[in-house]
Design a protein around this ligand. Structure first.
Ligand code: ZN
Length: 480
């Protein structure tokens, strides 16, 4: 009898230790939460230095995103209010300044990017500016932090399968996290909606975890977007449960779709300059169709621009949309035009990329183009192309020698003496002193006007405002 009891006791010990071993091999979310010290973390703030890259701003499609030095990057997260603030101080890294993304930076550039719940905005100086275009990315950044993953997964009743945690936030992102042997978050793979390419992959690696008052946090963070680096951070300071109070400004709350704001200015008979936000378009009426110059930002912007175009020119189809270059802020509205059957014209270096991107699926947040099932028609321009209906002539030229982008197109109307371009020259606000030294991109634009002997009266820049060409020459300290 004693022997049998002893045997049973031995079996119980053996089985429970086996169960323990199995449990260790198949750690669950609670083990990850415990390893990270997540239970006590309601907010977190961390600071680091390193490098950051502007996704969507390469000099041509298929090259890495341009890099900046990060003098300081402070991220503040409040998990209870689903709020995040990134404060970043950047300086110029590339010499000479090449690629896009507001280069060259003179001195320091300060970014202040926020999200709270379903509202995203930026602070420009002290002024809040609604930024719904950034919502999915910022929510992903919030919930892709190591503690955020555990909290979001638990809130969604997600489970850990092997070493991976998977959950989706519909319309915002799909997330898969890989857990290391010591139950810490090692890698995050996200799939996010993108206005140009449909879905875009973002990958974050976390390593060199250290202990900060009982809370584990990585001191190395590296991120790629569509395979190219977008962040490389050495974390120098982590403050678990720092006070993080982020309130949505009233002005932002009341401005839920800033992209729908269209202000129309007649530039000539049958030519209109559509502004109202950060990125503009030009509408040109032809005999039996319409040409639109630029489809920037996102679908929401294009919906508004297309509606305004139909109001200005009722009864004529939009046949072409001319794309200045592939930078994501300038190409984000193209998919909505493709969904309407509009042909895209771009410089040759962008053609293959746009033909592929504009036809790619958008599974995370299906857009009109994904639903239309249309194949995009994308035509390339090498150095020049003329569109004419016998009455009006539209000349398209490549702008040579602007290091912002290798395949920049500008649009010139010879009869109306109008010139439209993006990013080579953006007029400063009225009465502002011209930049010193002048922008090399603007100098290159003036060189192109001279090379092509264009007789320009007014400029319709795709950022800024309508100005006489004399403003360009004043900005570069030259006379034509
Ligand atoms: Zn650009």
């Amino acid at each position: 009898m004693h022997n049998i009891l002893a045997l049973i006791a031995a079996i119980v010990v053996l089985v429970s230790s086996l169960v323990g071993a199995v449990r260790n091999a198949h750690a669950d979310l609670n083990d990850v939460a415990k390893a990270l010290g997540a239970a006590t973390v309601k907010s977190i703030q961390y600071t680091g230095t390193g490098g950051v890259n502007a996704a969507g701003q390469s000099v041509v499609p298929g090259l890495p995103w341009p890099e900046y030095n990060v003098k300081s990057h402070t991220r503040s997260v409040n998990y209870e209010t689903a709020s995040l603030r990134d404060e970043q101080v950047r300086t110029q890294a590339l010499e000479p300044a090449r690629y896009g993304g507001l280069q060259p930076i003179r001195g320091e550039q300060r970014l202040n990017l926020l999200v709270s719940g379903d509202i995203a905005w930026n602070l420009v100086g002290e002024q809040p500016a609604s930024a719904p275009i950034a919502l999915a990315d910022r929510q992903f950044q919030l919930w892709a932090t190591p503690h955020g993953i555990v909290k979001a997964a638990m809130a969604r009743n997600a489970t850990m399968q092997g070493r991976t945690i998977t959950f989706n936030v519909p319309g915002r992102f799909n997330l898969k996290a890989t857990v290391s042997e010591d139950n810490l978050i090692a890698r995050v793979e996200g799939l996010l909606p993108n206005a140009v390419v449909g879905d875009i992959p973002v990958m974050i690696d976390y390593w060199d975890y250290r202990d900060f008052g009982g809370v584990k946090f990585p001191t190395r963070i590296r991120e790629t977007t569509a395979g190219y680096p977008t962040l490389d951070l050495l974390v120098t300071d982590v403050r678990p449960n720092a006070a993080v109070d982020i309130q949505v400004p009233d002005a932002v709350r009341q401005d839920s779709n800033p992209y729908a704001r269209v202000t129309t200015q007649k530039a000539a008979d049958g030519v209109w300059y559509l502004t109202g936000g950060s990125h503009h378009s030009v509408v040109i009426e032809m005999k039996d169709h319409v040409i639109v110059v630029e489809a920037p930002l996102n679908e929401e912007r294009s919906v508004a621009v297309i509606a305004e175009t139909r109001k200005l020119v009722p009864g004529k189809p939009i046949r072409y949309v001319i794309n200045s270059h592939h930078h994501f802020d300038h190409a984000g509205g193209l998919r909505a035009f493709v969904a309407e059957g509009v042909t895209v014209i771009t410089q040759d270096v962008n053609r293959a990329f746009l033909a592929q991107a504009l036809g790619a699926p958008a599974t995370v947040r299906p857009d009109a183009q994904a639903k239309s099932g249309r194949q995009p028609t994308v035509e390339g321009v090498s150095e020049r192309r003329t569109l004419t209906d016998g009455t009006r002539t539209v000349e398209i030229y490549r702008i040579q020698g602007v290091m912002h982008h290798d395949g920049l197109l500008m649009v010139y109307l010879p009869k109306e003496k109008l010139l439209s371009q993006a990013d080579a020259y953006t007029p400063a606000p009225p009465n502002a002193t011209p930049p010193m030294p002048p922008s090399p991109f603007s100098i290159a634009l003036a060189d192109n006007i001279a090379r092509l002997k264009l007789d320009v009266g007014d400029l319709l820049p795709l950022h800024g405002r309508l100005v006489p060409v004399a403003e360009l020459y004043r900005a570069i300290g030259k006379t034509p």
